[in-house]
Structures are given as structure tokens and as C-alpha cells.
Design a protein around this ligand. Structure first.
Ligand SMILES: [Zn+2]
Ligand SMILES: [Zn+2]
Length: 396
């Protein structure tokens, strides 16, 4: 931002109503060096150009009512930094999450792939930190605490063949013994599970560079390797949405195998480069937790009280998806067969009733005629199974 034109362009982009002086240096403050200092012929003093600072953008507001006494936390449980192959530092991930209105995140850097800051990456860490696989958490935690963001420790177990593919170990207590078992993916999951970690199968549609089972373009499969891991208690959740990919069949897998649903960003570049400012399309996992704490979030994960939200749609399981709808959308019967809907949340809601489709923007009263005999409505963008939108009984 070196000239007035760029400055104006940037402030207009932010919509911040910034007042720009004709000359930013007109507000300059001269730092004097004592009354006796002789006035120089040319100005060699330090000058503070105070008017150059833009106001910080305010965080995105995401309002979701409590559901059956549970708070709805907004989270992203798959994020990378320069400690593996991401482009920014943990403090930047914290800033981005706060700006996006999130409550809780996991920085889940790869154990096996660390091309930047590591023991053999582009920039070598000192002996103490070179083999420390908790470093992204240790560096990020004080920053998260300062911003009142919940940060959980985690790592991504990253195998090049599919199966097994990639897993996030979430709520780990120490990633180093997981890294020490690097030659045996099942053992890595076991070590994490012994720590009480929640194990998430990441991007199940990912085409592995050295494929062991799923070929490019083939349908997704819940492989024997994943079935065995699940049977052994080493699989608790699965990404239905990752970055910009959506795997519809995962809705059915979550129901069949009792897995928690996730929508995560798996973000590698900066958030501004990937989504732009406060883009509502950034994937979010909603967590129905007793409290806004790490312990409560962990309890909710294992109780499978999660809902994925991305690309203008939601995915969840019984009974939490319908209960989230009941908490979010008020339905009243008016006279003459008219129904009034009010969406009290920031969630996107598209209704189909008696053949007509309409959206419910936040806090806008919307009236629609209910044809005779219509007893249910469909929430077209809330999915409770593969190709199965949520049906709500009309009790009013
Ligand atoms: Zn991955
Ligand atoms: Zn990843």
C-alpha cells in the first residue's frame, strides 16, 4: 500500500468508511531529539504516519440458538501451517479463525510431510524442536488463549496409498509417540487412541499418488482396512466435506457405522487467498457441546453430536439435525392456510412445501401458503442421508 490510490481501493474493499487525509503524512508526528538539537537542512527525523493504519475488520457473526441445552460451537478440525505444508504460521490461523467467527480449531500438521520448518525441510529447526511434533500446538496455544479461541492438539497421519489414506488424530496429548510409530499406520492410530484421541478419516475420496485400492475416478469404498480399524475402535468420524469436495455416500456411512460427520477446510494457503474476506462458504463443523470448552467438545465428538456445514448446505444425523432445525426455525400457522417461518439462525435454510421452493434468510418473516393435505415440509439443503433431505412434520 504505497500510494493514495491503493489505499483508497483497499479501504473501499473493506467497506470500512476510512477517512483518508489528502496527504497521509499531514498527520505526521515529529520525534524530536531535544530542544538544543540544531535544525537540519534536510529532515532526518523519524516520522510516525499515524493515519496509515486501517481499522481491523470485525469478526463474522454466526448466530445459532442453543439446541436442547447444548451450545453450538463453530469449528474447523483440519488446518495446516508452515510446520508442515501450509503457507502461514499458527498465529495467522488463530487470527483467521477469529475473523471467521469460529470457536474452536485444530491445527493438524502432517507427521510424514514437513517441507518447510522441520528436521529436514527447507528451513531447519534447532535440535530441540527438530523432532517435536507438538510444535504447531505449542506455538499456537498462547496466541489462541489471547484471542479466546479454543485450540486443540492434533496431527495428520499421512499415508501415500489408499487405503488407508489420511487420518487426523484430534485431542492428542503428545504427537511425538505417534510420530515414532511412523512405519505402521495402524500402530500410529493405536498410540493416538491410547491417549484418548478422536480419530477422523480425512477426505475419503482422495486419489492416492500410489494407490493400493481406489483408482482414479472409481467409486468411494469403505475398505476392509477401514472396517478393521473401525472394529478395533480406531475410527470415530469421517469428513463428508473437505476443502471444496463433497462425498455424498459418507452420509450413509456415518449412519451405518455410527461415525460423527465433519466438514473441514484442510486449508493450506492463507484464508484470504483461499476464501476471501469472511467468505460464508468456508467449511465449518458445528459441535453441540455442553460448554464452550475443549473437554465439552471432545465429549460431543464421541457422542457424535456434530453437523457439517459448507457450500450452503448442512449434513447431519438423527436426532441432532432435526433438533437444530427446530431450534433455528420458528413455524406459526396463520389464518387461511398460511404458514409463517422465521429463521432465527445464520444457517442457510431452503424449504420445499407443496411443490414450491423458498429460502429463509436470517430474521426475516416469510409467509407461504400450505396446500390442503400437506403434512410435511422438506429442508432441501439439509441432508440426513445420501440424497435424502431432512423432512419435518408440520405440527401447527
Ligand atoms: Zn490429507
Ligand atoms: Zn490435511
Amino acid at each position: 500500500m504505497t500510494n493514495r490510490r491503493d489505499f483508497l481501493k483497499y479501504s473501499a474493499l473493506l467497506g470500512a468508511g476510512v477517512t483518508i487525509p489528502q496527504n497521509p503524512l499531514s498527520a505526521q508526528k515529529r520525534v524530536t531529539r531535544g530542544a538544543d538539537a540544531p535544525a537540519p537542512e534536510i529532515d532526518t527525523f523519524t516520522v510516525q504516519a499515524g493515519s496509515m493504519r486501517l481499522p481491523a475488520p470485525s469478526p463474522r457473526q454466526i448466530n445459532i440458538p442453543d439446541v436442547d441445552g447444548f451450545k453450538v460451537l463453530k469449528g474447523d478440525f483440519h488446518i495446516h501451517t508452515l510446520f508442515s505444508d501450509g503457507a502461514v504460521m499458527p498465529a495467522d490461523r488463530v487470527d483467521e479463525a477469529v475473523l471467521n467467527g469460529l470457536d474452536i480449531i485444530a491445527i493438524s500438521d502432517h507427521i510424514e510431510y514437513r517441507p518447510f520448518f522441520s528436521n529436514k525441510g527447507k528451513w531447519l529447526l534447532n535440535d530441540k524442536d527438530a523432532n517435536n511434533y507438538n510444535i504447531w500446538y505449542e506455538v499456537g496455544k498462547p496466541e489462541a488463549d489471547k484471542r479466546n479461541l479454543l485450540l486443540i492438539n492434533s496431527c495428520e497421519i499421512t499415508k501415500n496409498s489408499m487405503p488407508p489414506g489420511h487420518f487426523n488424530a484430534l485431542f492428542t496429548t503428545d504427537n511425538n509417540p505417534i510420530a515414532a510409530a511412523v512405519d505402521d499406520w495402524k500402530q500410529m492410530l493405536r498410540v493416538a487412541a491410547e491417549q484418548g484421541a478422536f480419530l477422523l478419516w480425512n477426505h475419503p475420496g482422495w486419489e492416492a499418488p500410489t494407490s493400493g485400492g481406489i483408482e482414479k475416478g472409481a467409486p468411494l469404498r469403505f475398505t476392509d482396512a477401514h472396517k478393521e480399524a473401525h472394529k478395533e475402535g480406531l475410527l470415530h468420524g469421517i469428513e463428508l466435506f473437505n476443502d471444496s469436495e463433497y462425498y455424498p455416500v459418507v452420509s450413509d456411512w456415518c449412519n451405518k457405522y455410527d461415525l460423527a460427520v465433519f466438514a473441514n477446510s484442510d486449508i493450506h494457503p492463507s484464508e484470504l487467498n483461499r476464501y476471501g474476506l469472511q467468505n460464508p462458504l468456508r467449511p465449518i463443523t458445528l459441535v453441540l457441546a455442553k460448554e464452550r470448552t475443549v473437554e465439552s467438545a471432545k465429549e460431543a465428538f464421541f457422542a457424535k453430536r456434530t453437523i457439517g456445514w459448507a457450500a450452503g448446505a448442512l449434513w447431519g444425523r438423527e436426532p441432532w439435525l432435526p433438533r437444530l432445525f427446530e431450534a433455528s426455525v420458528e413455524i406459526k400457522a396463520l389464518s387461511g392456510g398460511v404458514i409463517e417461518f422465521t429463521n432465527k439462525s445464520s444457517l442457510p435454510v431452503s424449504i420445499v412445501m407443496g411443490g414450491s421452493l423458498f429460502d429463509l434468510p436470517q430474521d426475516v418473516k416469510r409467509q407461504a401458503f400450505r396446500p390442503a393435505g400437506i403434512k410435511t415440509l422438506t429442508v432441501a439443503n439439509w441432508m440426513i442421508g445420501m440424497n435424502k433431505p431432512l423432512e419435518i412434520a408440520l405440527t401447527v
